[in-house]
Design a protein around this ligand. Structure first.
Ligand code: ADP
Length: 305
């Protein structure tokens, strides 16, 4: 079960970003579904997981389109509401000639899913095999969802993105925390660059009550740290085309593997392969692979090794 955000990404390509008061002609424009919650839900569903998503979109064209896309991926949309007063969340993304992004996210309807809404879904949440959550929605709602997961002993993957300050109470309900290096740095107060500092940050997060910390390290894969010790799981070498949704694909894949009963190290290795495939392709949701592609990719990588 994924609890999280759905956005419509509006991407404009331009040689350079305009100055204040300036109008420019851009090269092209694309609308694409996104939002960390939606990306992670689709990542898990494409691999074969049975996914239910809890979230909120606006009563507008973008909202209807996002619901349609989620349904098309086989995701249960029964608990995606389209009833509020705010418009569907959007991300306005300007990509310049150097490939630099300038992004403004307007969360809109994502913020309408509140504490009382999530409390009303307690029995639904209690029936899940695993909860996957990010931080692009209302923080008080996320805290309540974590508390409910803890109360019913449902394993919780929290991808703490974008990074926000989290209480030890909330962290104590987290079974798997999956920050990237920047997020691990913000959450722990340790500047993370490389394996040693990543492990140091992870140890601090374990002390705050998290059961397993998995720090994603871009092309270098991921570091697992828990009460049993720590282990580096190497990434798969690929030519990075577009790193959008790397973390999201990793989280969706991790959830799929863990709910399929795979041990943690094997699940992280598989998630690294999914992340590598996603960075090898353009876009967020369009870049997410199906199970057969991942299995082929891992087999080829093993044959080359
Ligand atoms: P985020 O996208 O959240 O910043 P990362 O950059 O750490 O997170 O990427 C998440 C995962 O995606 C990594 O753990 C790795 O498995 C995979 N990945 C990311 N970048 C690359 C890359 N350049 N080559 C291979 N795999 C990558």
């Amino acid at each position: 079960m994924v609890i999280g955000s759905l956005n419509m990404d509006m991407v404009v390509r331009t040689q350079r970003a305009p100055e204040a008061g300036e109008t420019l002609f851009g090269q092209d424009f694309a609308l694409s579904p996104g939002g960390k919650g939606a990306n992670q839900a689709v990542a898990a569903a494409r691999l074969g997981a049975e996914v239910t998503m809890i979230g909120s979109v606006g009563r507008d064209g973008f909202g209807s389109e996002l619901l349609e896309i989620m349904r098309g991926e086989g995701i249960n949309t029964e608990y995606l509401t389209q009833s509020g007063n705010l418009g569907t969340g959007v991300a306005s993304i300007v990509v310049d000639g150097e490939g630099e992004n300038r992004i403004i996210v307007v969360p809109g309807a994502n913020l309408e899913l509140g504490v009382t809404d999530i409390q009303a879904l307690e029995t639904v949440i209690a029936g899940a095999d695993m909860i996957v959550m990010q931080l692009e929605t209302d923080l008080a709602m996320c805290e309540e969802a974590a508390r409910i997961a803890g109360k019913h002993q449902i394993p919780l993957i929290l991808n703490p993105a974008p990074a926000r300050e989290l209480s030890n109470e909330m962290l104590s309900h987290v079974t798997y925390l999956t920050p990237n290096e920047t997020e691990a740095g913000i959450l722990s107060g340790v500047e993370v660059s490389g394996m040693e500092s990543a492990e140091q940050a992870a140890r601090i997060l374990l002390q705050k009550g998290v059961q397993n910390v998995i720090i994603t390290l871009g092309s270098k894969g991921a570091l697992i740290v828990n009460g049993d010790g720590s282990g580096h799981v190497h990434g798969f070498p690929v030519k990075a085309v577009d790193t959008v949704a790397a973390g999201d694909s990793f989280n969706g894949a991790l959830a799929y593997q863990l709910t399929s009963g795979k041990p943690l190290a094997a699940a992280v290795r598989f998630a690294n392969a999914v992340g590598a495939l996603a960075v090898g392709r353009q876009g967020a949701i369009p870049s997410l692979p199906k199970l057969a592609e991942v299995e082929r990719f891992i087999k080829e990588a093993e044959e080359e090794a």
